[in-house]
Structures are given as C-alpha cells and as structure tokens.
Design a protein around this ligand. Structure first.
Ligand SMILES: [Zn+2]
Length: 338
C-alpha cells in the first residue's frame, strides 16, 4: 500500500512510499482509509519520532472496514467507521470511571502505533466507531481530534452554560472552529479571536460566533460586552503566545480552559490574580468514546457543521502542514485522501 512514512524524525524526511499492508490481529480491524485529518499532533510526531520506526503518522481518520479479526463480533466488512484514537486498557481506575482519555496505559494511535496517512490502517475493534448514515466520512474524519477535544474541553470540563460570555482563541483552528460552535450550541455569547479576524469574520460568524476580533482588540471588546466584569469562560489552546492576554480576560468566578499549547507551554501565573478572583484554570485532553458517539449523533442531526478547508492527496502532506500552520486563511480541517 501507499503511505506517508519517515525513517528518522524531521519533517524533511517524510515521503510517500510503498509499504507492506498491515494485517489485523484477533481483536483488531483493517480499515481502508478514506479521509485522514491533519493535526498539530502529527507534525510533532514527525519531528519527535513515532513508534514503531519507520513510522506512518496520522492520528485522525475514517474509512471502511476491509477485514476483521477472528474475535471481532460487532463490526463487519463494509462498515463505515471513524477511529477513536486513544488506546486504553479498559481496566484502570480512570477507564472504570468512563474516562478512557485519562487511562494510565493510554497511548495515541498514529503516535504509539502506525497511523492513518496510508491506504490501510489497523486499529483495535474497540477504537472503531460506526459512522451513522447521516454523516459523510469526510465529516466524520474531522471529529476524533478537533471536535472531540473541543467538546470535552468546553462542554464536559468547563461546563459552558447558557448566557456565558465565552472567548475562543485560535478560533479558526481544528479545535477552535468546534469550540465556537459548541459554546454557541450551549447558549453562550461567543467572541472568536483570530489574528486574521478581518479575513475570516464571515466564516466564523457562520459557525456561530457573535463577535470576531483580534488578540490586540479582544480586551476592549470583552470589557464592553461584560461592563468591565470579564469573561465567564476563556478557551485557549494556543498556549504561550496568548496566555497573558487570555488569562487577563477571565472574570471573577470565571474559568480558563486549555487542551493544547501550540506556541509553547511555559507560562507564569500570579497566584493572587487566581485566588482573589476565584477563577479556575482547567486542563482537558481528548475525550471519551461516549462523547465521540454523541458527536456523530449530533452531526447526523445537523446540530453543528464539520468545516473542511481542503482535501489533498498523500503526496501533498507537506502542503497540508503549511496550510494548517497559517499559510492560508483557513477555517476548519485539512484532510488527506489516500
Ligand atoms: Zn485505563
């Protein structure tokens, strides 16, 4: 089969090559990959190295089951599936709490295993989630990283409420474009923040943003909208570059939540500014299978949109990363089509 592969870490080392087809083990399924989402995690895996090496990246993908292992009973050849990309043991304290995303033996498909930037991929049957008929496979392929991370962060961890004033940094990104939608779905007033606000305003308003602004102008806007009280919830997966401004927006009893640190992860926090405002700083990572199934159900009923910016061939993988990291005025996902 054809796959994006690298022999040693470094984006300059990725290439499309002919590699041996994977075979499913007793509890696994073989998927013919139709669409694979391109995410920062893939870029970091390429630059740090994956397991095993040579490595096929790709942590987010959907396709059609081509073959099932002998123990697999509830999935069959021809089923459309999307991959829940957290490997989990199902037996640890956190798995038993229903939190596969926090599994003590957790790993990521495409990072700790071969991923989906390929014609075929093998995953545990427990990670293959059936796609309902009302959802297209390209839409489904945008859910496991971007949408699931956004839902778990904004809805489950931060508990967004009707009437909240919510500020979303990195609003055009894989996670941000969903965070805007889910905050709006919950009844919040949504301020979307993007460095390219003037160029992406229309697209972000289509996703439900009430206001679109830049990092330089967001403080003034939030102050006006809240009569100086600040935001109820700030969503910021951008990291170091926006932390100072984003945390300053959190009002009393407000929340600041993150699920990533694209621009760096070291920040300073003034403890008095935390306790005197009774603010909460919340971490979030990935989501659960239950949440992914819920997202598929909501999408089948068209309760939100799965924005797709571009569909590229495997050979265009480098261009996909260029687009993702800001070469174009992107809103939504860049997909590879093996
Ligand atoms: Zn576990």
């Amino acid at each position: 089969m054809r796959a994006v592969v690298f022999d040693k870490p470094g984006i300059e080392n990725i290439r499309v090559a002919e590699v041996e087809n994977p075979r499913p083990g007793p509890n696994e399924v073989l998927i013919r990959v139709k669409y694979a989402g391109v995410n920062p995690v893939d870029y970091f895996t390429i630059n740090r190295g994956g397991t095993p090496m040579p490595h096929i990246p790709g942590a987010e993908f959907a396709g059609i089951i081509e073959e099932v292992g002998v123990n697999v009973k509830d999935l069959g050849v021809g089923d459309a599936v999307v991959v829940y990309n957290r490997l989990f043991d199902g037996t640890c304290k956190y798995c038993l709490m229903g939190h596969e995303e926090a599994c003590v033996n957790g790993k990521l498909i495409g990072v700790a295993t071969q991923g989906g930037f390929a014609e075929y991929a093998v995953v545990p049957a427990a990670n293959a989630i059936r796609v309902p008929s009302g959802v297209n496979l390209d839409e489904a392929a945008t859910l496991p990283v971007g949408a699931l991370t956004a839902w778990h962060m904004v809805v489950t961890r931060a508990g967004v409420s009707p009437g909240d004033l919510v500020v979303v940094f990195g609003a055009t990104g894989n996670v941000g474009s969903y965070a805007v939608q889910f905050a709006k779905m919950a009844g919040a007033t949504v301020v979307a923040v993007s460095r390219r606000a003037d160029k992406v305003r229309g697209a972000l308003m289509d996703l439900g943003a009430d206001f679109v602004t830049t990092p330089d102008e967001v403080s003034k806007l939030v102050s006006e909208l809240s009569n100086g009280l600040g935001a109820d919830l700030v969503v910021d997966a951008v990291g170091q570059a926006t932390w100072r401004i984003s945390f300053s927006l959190v009002g009393k009893l407000g929340k600041w939540v993150t699920a990533g640190a694209l621009t760096g992860g070291e920040v300073t926090l003034s403890l008095p500014s935390l306790y005197s405002t009774e603010a909460s700083v919340i971490g979030s990572t990935g989501g659960t299978r239950r949440e992914l199934k819920l997202l598929l159900d909501l999408l089948s009923r068209r309760r939100f949109k799965a924005p797709i910016h571009a569909r590229l061939r495997l050979e265009e993988v480098r261009r996909a990363f260029d687009i993702m990291f800001g070469g174009e005025d992107r809103v939504g996902k860049v997909l590879l089509t093996p």
